[in-house]
Design a protein around this ligand. Structure first.
Ligand SMILES: Cc1cc2nc3c(=O)[nH]c(=O)nc-3n(C[C@H](O)[C@H](O)[C@H](O)COP(=O)(O)OP(=O)(O)OC[C@H]3O[C@@H](n4cnc5c(N)ncnc54)[C@H](O)[C@@H]3O)c2cc1C
Length: 501
């Protein structure tokens, strides 16, 4: 166990939480709401709005009688390339149907029409125009307020306790201490470790590094999904639903070169190849208007974001690039969000339930946060009597005065150049060597909040590079140009744990 900061909890402002939920996306809010409904008092600790709020497309669920949970499962498995965990996937598609009713009960008003997205064989994506995530976030947030759930704004720094959770240190105008016996990580993914990303700045992946320092394993950190259609030089995403409605992807001659409804990795790599050849790639939304779809009504968020940037999607194709979007791997959990560390749970994008396998099907991640957030809450309801906060205090002292020799920007550039859509041994080894050199003197780093964050994000990058190097095959979103095919001996999860710190 490694602490990065200097602290003495007996001298810090202190409070108690029966359960502490860290993160206020769909995973964290669902867990907190269900706990509250079960008579437990959760406290939410959050750095602010995460990916959930920015989700555009929707949430997949096989409600239509012509569709079925089974078909939803088959589509997910097809994308997941042999790595979807069958038991958790069944839970996702079956229980998702019930959980969608909870979302409605909590105030989300979905459009009447569902839509289809890449890799789905049926239009089963429930949406609220093109701001589904915002609608879900607002409904859950309002409900949390109405139920009187306490929310603390701040940043998780350290998880305390030798062999079970005993509390956390967080930062909010100074370090503070929360005593708790149950902590739910709902801190989102780590796609922002890449230079080009669709993720907002509050979602940085650092909590995965905090978990690694606690001795928790990460599963499949090499599987990072790149979204094919992010507007060039921005993090504005043009959702899959736009292609579902008929938008095409064209090269600079205006010619289509890829089936737009293929899974994301296929589309993203086809675009990446064109860009590497020095060509520009565009998404053409003009067809939608020709079909009678009014962009400002069907996709108001995308339309207004594009207009703000000076693009007119009714008149011109929009230049795009792939960008890191979704972190498929995450903290090792069981089907109830339990990690291997007593009192620590993880839900949503920061957890790896195994439902996505080697590639996530569009609109399955909001569903995952909802379904497994709910299950984690029920598990905690059963476990809570064994997870009482202790009266122990904790202290740690670090002397360091050095500053890291690299920045977050340097790290993101390294990841983009050597470990993104096309990977190969030589590049990955170079990235690993560089990162290890950067980290060499970490023990001498000054124990600041910024250095703690950089260190934790670097640990996640280390996990991603190291497992990408280990996986000598191409599968799902992980593409190795030196091993371009799937190899049966790698049809298994990877596992990363921190050694030698
Ligand atoms: C632009 C975009 C569009 C998307 N569209 C879709 C879609 O249509 N359908 C779909 O299914 N999925 C979509 N996704 C993916 C989906 O949004 C996420 O996988 C999902 O919302 C993750 O939910 P979450 O609760 O795990 O985390 P998030 O919603 O990302 O929330 C993470 C929370 O953790 C907090 N946090 C993080 N670190 C710390 C820390 N150290 N201390 C305190 N708080 C911390 C953040 O402040 C935030 O509150 C999209 C993602 C993006 C970026």
């Amino acid at each position: 166990m490694v602490y990065l900061l200097s602290f003495n909890t007996s001298k810090l402002p202190t409070e108690k939480a029966e359960v502490l939920v860290c993160g206020s996306g769909i995973g964290g809010l669902t867990t907190a709401l269900v706990l509250k409904e079960l008579g437990i008092n959760p406290v939410i600790l959050t750095r602010g709005i995460g990916n959930t709020y920015y989700s555009q497309g929707g949430i997949a669920c096989a409600l239509d009688p012509r569709d079925s949970a089974y078909l939803h499962m088959l589509d997910t498995q097809r994308a997941g390339r042999g790595l979807c965990k069958e038991d958790t996937l069944r839970i996702l598609v079956d229980e998702g149907i019930q959980r969608l009713a909870d979302l409605k009960r909590w105030g989300v008003e979905f459009d009447e029409e569902t839509t289809i997205e890449g890799g789905h064989s049926f239009p089963r994506v429930f949406k609220v125009k093109d701001y589904t995530g915002r609608a879900i976030y607002q409904a859950l947030w309002e409900r949390a307020k109405a139920l009187g759930i306490r929310v603390l704004m701040g940043e998780l720094q350290e998880i305390l306790g030798e062999d079970k959770v005993e509390g956390v240190i967080y930062y909010d105008n100074g370090l503070k201490f929360i005593r708790t016996g149950a902590l739910v990580l709902a801190t989102g993914g780590a796609a922002s470790i890449f230079l080009k990303t669709s993720n907002p700045t509050k979602v940085r992946g650092d909590a995965l590094g905090i978990a690694l320092r606690k001795g928790i394993n990460l599963i499949n950190p090499e599987f990072v999904q790149f979204h094919p259609t992010v507007v060039k030089d921005t993090n504005i995403l043009i959702s899959e639903a736009v292609r579902g409605e008929g938008a095409t992807i064209v090269d600079q001659k205006g010619e289509r070169f890829v089936d737009e409804l293929q899974p994301r990795d296929t589309v993203a790599r086809a675009i990446y190849k064109k860009l590497k050849e020095g060509q520009e790639v565009f998404i053409d939304l003009r067809k939608l208007e020709e079909k009678g779809i009014r962009l400002e009504e069907r996709f108001p968020t995308i339309y207004s974001l594009l207009r703000e940037r000076g693009y007119d999607p009714k008149r011109e194709p929009i230049p795009i690039t792939p960008a890191a979007h979704y972190f498929i791997g995450g903290v090792e959990v069981d089907a109830y969000g339990r990690t291997t560390f007593t009192g620590l749970y993880a839900v949503g994008e920061c957890a790896c339930t195994g439902v996505h396998g080697a590639n996530r099907l569009a609109s399955n991640s909001l569903l995952e946060g909802l379904v497994f957030g709910y299950r984690a809450a029920y598990r905690i309801y059963h476990d809570i009597n064994f997870l009482k906060p202790s009266e122990n205090n904790f202290s740690h002292h670090r002397e360091g005065k050095a500053m890291p020799s690299y920045t977050f920007e340097d790290l993101r550039r390294l990841m983009w150049e050597y470990c993104s859509l096309e990977r190969k041994e030589e590049d990955l080894k170079r990235a690993l060597k560089r990162l290890k050199e950067w980290l060499e003197n970490w023990r001498d780093w000054e124990p600041t909040i910024e250095n703690r964050q950089l260190f934790d994000i670097s640990l996640v990058a280390l996990a991603t590079i190291s497992r990408a190097l280990w996986r000598k095959e191409s599968r799902g979103v992980h593409h190795r140009s030196d091993y371009p095919f799937e190899r049966e001996e790698f049809r298994k999860d990877s596992l990363y744990c921190l050694e030698g710190l």
